[in-house]
Design a protein around this ligand. Structure first.
Ligand code: ZN
Length: 87
């Protein structure tokens, strides 16, 4: 029986990523994952929003030092304490 290639599509980042600023091709092996606390801007219409944590995968260009954002994921607080009492 012939071996079959995995049919699941690749979702990982490509091995190389061109810098949008200088065009230098950077290896995504040097990718860093940062965790950032989201602080949404509240408005009259959106007056409450749960705390959220964003996980950002970024890569620093070896040539010019520009940070490239490759991917991000946002996690919402499961038990948000929303202050919905109008003043
Ligand atoms: Zn660059």
């Amino acid at each position: 029986m012939a071996s079959r290639k995995d049919s699941v599509p690749m979702t990982t980042a490509p091995a190389m990523r061109d810098c949008p600023k200088c065009g230098h091709a950077n290896s995504t092996a040097g990718m860093k994952t940062l965790q950032i606390e989201m602080r949404p801007v509240l408005t009259a219409e959106v007056f409450a929003f749960p705390d959220a944590l964003a996980e950002v995968s970024c890569l620093k260009c070896n040539a010019c030092g520009h940070w490239i954002c490759l991917d991000y994921r946002i996690e919402l607080d499961d038990n948000p304490e929303l202050d919905i009492n109008p003043e």
